[in-house]
Design a protein around this ligand. Structure first.
Ligand SMILES: [Zn+2]
Length: 169
């Protein structure tokens, strides 16, 4: 698996920088230098509060979140770092809906800004299903450095998947 596939959406100049970081063995150093410590949002309960707080601040008029949790995601490389599911069931004539956000397990031991990118991404899907311009505008509204942080998130996941966890001693 080459980093080329993993960073496919980025301009060639960025892909080249990424490739250099990786081949020169500097990826972990780059990340640790920028993000010296992990967040403390370890439990699903804490993640739920964190997610809800962001939602209340930026997306008040969207359906409530019922659940947020860390979950083992199948294919990180294909960008499924997080998922959001919305289902509604008919309970004796009453429509009951459930809104759930799942975040890849790797983010449990991650810097806070990178957890935030993913939470913001999944929250933005409450309003925009597709990865279109409106979607990214909304992401940037919630988190102005969204694009840079998304690249760092990919670098972080790459580090975890192909080398070792960032904060492992
Ligand atoms: Zn998405």
């Amino acid at each position: 698996m080459s980093e080329k596939q993993y960073f496919l959406g980025y301009p060639p100049a960025i892909q080249q920088q990424v490739s250099q970081l990786i081949t020169q063995g500097k990826l972990k150093h780059y990340l640790l230098n920028k993000y010296p410590s992990p967040h403390q949002i370890i439990s699903d309960k804490a993640l739920f509060h964190y997610t809800n707080e962001l939602k209340q601040r930026y997306l008040k008029n969207t359906p409530v979140i019922n659940k947020a949790l860390y979950k083992k995601q199948k294919d990180l490389v294909k960008n499924a770092l997080g998922t959001h599911t919305f289902s509604s069931k008919n309970h004796g004539g009453k429509l009951k809906s459930s809104h759930e956000i799942a975040i890849a397990m790797q983010l449990k031991n991650a810097p806070e800004p990178l957890l935030k990118v993913l939470v913001v991404h999944e929250l933005a899907h409450f309003k925009e299903k597709d990865h279109n311009k409106a979607f990214y505008n909304l992401c940037e509204h919630m988190l102005p450095e969204y694009h840079q942080l998304e690249l760092d998130l990919r670098l972080f996941i790459y580090q975890c998947e192909f080398f070792e966890g960032l904060y492992e001693k």
